[in-house]
Design a binder for this molecule. Structure first.
Ligand code: NAP
Ligand code: ZN
Length: 359
């Protein structure tokens, strides 16, 4: 097909992009494919701001392909559906999370674990098989294959519900997979940011006892009074940390920067499980003596498959769980990123895309 014909199949889109490692976002015109037979087009209403957006903007992981439009906590309304689309119709409330494609045939895809497909296509900073580039949700619209679109439950707020599409599933999936949902068991949540505060809420809905382990003493009263945690440990307070030695069944570690694991492993009981979800730009050191001596387990987890993401949204709708958010305009995004880098957000920024993004 000629280049002109290819271009004719594109449509205009508008968002905010970073063009270099400074990570500074500014207005950006680009194109998206026309809605195909399997596709759903969304008018984007809200988009959450994940710490992974910040890692990618600043090229923390070394594979950012500029220009990059971040955003993978996307909520909107379907404006167009292709002729083979059965699950959605124009006007539906819909969501898009961390992925927009996979091979659909491998073992992972067949087991509803598309998030582990070797050919996964991420929502942004990725390319499609035809070489075209993907841009994320800090933008006016997006075109996505129906398999990677979610029904957004009616009773979930569109703005505060958006962060569930990454933060929510990223903490829900390991809790289910690693068997961390037994009521009455004790869960530690390390790092009280976007992922961490949703983990507290979901864990309380499972009936767990929850202790937040944080580097920010000023978050204590909110953790307990607003988010529902049972107790709070300041990670830099050795006496408090020591008093909690061997008290936890599980820990979910959401810290975004390199940090020692030994203090967390010490908090676990024998047979305890630590799941690391944070993606610091440097490897974490794994002390093996406490693992061996206490038959402890350290695992990882990467958001979740489409079926489980829908299950998580429905679970959150049933239990009235949404994020605590700071709603911002798109032109406040660079300041928000500075604050996110300093763990200064209560507890997720969400961009009011529809009311603040204009050419
Ligand atoms: P966030 O909102 O910035 O929260 C991270 C929290 O970590 C901060 O609020 C802070 O909590 C703590 N923290 C940050 N720097 C720290 C330091 N130097 N020492 C100790 N604690 C520190 O980020 P997020 O959006 O929740 O994401 C967290 C991490 O998970 C990021 O690395 C992100 O890329 C990754 N992630 C992974 C997946 C996955 O699928 N596995 C999905 C999404 C995100 P306190 O103030 O309480 O200490
Ligand atoms: Zn994310």
């Amino acid at each position: 097909m000629s280049k002109l014909a290819e271009e004719a199949k594109q449509q205009k889109a508008f968002g905010w992009a970073a063009t270099d490692q400074s990570g500074t976002l500014s207005p950006f015109n680009f194109s998206r494919r026309e809605n195909g037979d399997e596709d759903v087009t969304l008018k984007i209403l809200y988009c959450g701001v994940c710490h992974s957006d910040l890692h990618i903007l600043r090229n923390d992981w070394g594979f950012t392909s500029y220009p990059v439009v971040p955003g993978h906590e996307i909520v909107g309304v379907a404006t167009k559906v292709g002729k083979n689309v059965t699950k959605f119709k124009a006007g539906d409330r819909v969501g898009v999370g961390v992925m927009v494609g996979s091979c659909k045939t491998c073992e992972c895809c067949q087991q509803d674990l598309e998030n582990y497909c070797p050919q996964i296509i991420f929502t942004y900073n990725s390319h499609n098989p035809d070489g075209t580039k993907n841009y994320g949700g800090y933008s006016d619209m997006i075109v996505v294959d129906q398999r990677y679109v979610l029904q957004f439950p009616d009773n979930l707020p569109l703005d505060a519900g958006a962060p569930l599409l990454c933060a929510g599933i990223t903490v829900y999936s390991p809790m289910k997979y690693y068997g961390m949902t037994e009521a009455g068991k004790h869960l530690g949540v390390s790092g009280l940011g976007g992922l961490g505060h949703v983990a507290v809420k979901i864990a309380k809905a499972f009936g767990l006892k929850v202790t937040v382990i944080s580097s920010s003493p000023q978050k204590e009263s909110e953790a307990i009074n607003r988010l529902g945690a049972d107790s709070f440990l300041v990670s830099s307070d050795p006496a408090k940390m020591k008093s909690a030695t061997g008290s936890m069944d599980y820990i979910i570690d959401t810290v975004s920067a390199a940090h020692p694991l030994l203090p967390l492993l010490s908090l676990l009981k024998v047979n305890g499980k630590l799941v690391t979800l944070g993606l610091p730009n440097k490897p974490l050191e794994l002390p093996v003596f406490p693992l061996v001596a206490g038959r402890k387990l350290v695992g990882g987890s990467d958001f979740g498959g489409m079926k489980e993401t829908q299950e998580m949204l429905d679970f959150c709708a049933k239990h009235n769980i949404a994020a605590d958010i700071e709603l911002i305009r798109i032109d406040e995004i660079n300041t928000a990123m500075e604050r996110l880098a300093k763990s200064d957000v209560r507890y997720r920024f969400v961009i009011d895309v529809a009311n603040s993004l204009s050419q």
